[in-house]
Design a protein around this ligand. Structure first.
Ligand code: IDP
Ligand code: MG
Length: 162
């Protein structure tokens, strides 16, 4: 049983979430964090970074043929970004639900973009769109040692958490 739990923890799903410069500038950090936290997802890494334009281009590499690519990279590198890794069952797909559609005009009320944004170019938050992207983006933004790993259940000699 303990082994099963450990294996489960080791494979726990993770996603990369970033509050873009517009979200930080508008003072929406705690609002966004609280939506993920209240849902029950676990924050395993967080830092503030101002990415270079080159780094922003790596992050958005799949969009490099799009007409808005350069402007998008300029924007992502225009100020502080809150880069995070969130963990939990179904966090990749459900994180996208919490975020809402790419275009805030099409995001339903109740979602982050639906409630807090108006323009597609200023949609305040990024979330990985699938397991492969999540893995790649976590690796791009974080070193392994920056990610919190829960202590092993088996080796824990601390008092019961009940
Ligand atoms: P996503 O952020 O919902 O995953 P993507 O299609 O991956 O959406 O696009 C990345 C980002 O590029 C969007 O969040 C948005 O800020 C920007 N973007 C997407 N489409 C447009 C557009 O048509 N005009 C301007 N910016 C766009
Ligand atoms: Mg995307």
């Amino acid at each position: 049983m303990i082994q099963e739990q450990e294996a489960h923890a080791a494979e726990m799903e993770r996603t990369f979430i970033a509050i873009k410069p517009d979200g930080v500038q508008r003072g929406l950090i705690s609002e966004i964090l609280s939506r993920f936290e209240r849902k029950g997802f676990k924050l395993v890494a967080i830092k503030i970074v101002v990415p270079s334009k080159d780094f922003a281009g790596k992050h958005y590499h799949d969009l490099k043929e799009r007409p808005f690519f350069s402007g998008l990279c300029d924007f992502l590198s225009s100020g502080p970004v809150v880069a995070m890794v969130w963990e939990g069952e179904g966090v990749i797909r459900y994180g996208r639900k919490l975020i809402g559609a790419t275009d805030p005009q099409k995001s339903v009320p109740g979602t982050i973009r639906g409630d807090l944004a108006v323009l597609v170019g200023r949609n305040i938050i990024h979330g990985s769109d699938g397991p492969e992207t999540a893995k790649d983006e976590i690796k791009l933004w974080f070193k392994q040692e920056e990610l919190y790993n829960s202590p092993s259940l088996a080796s824990s000699s601390s008092p019961s958490r009940n």
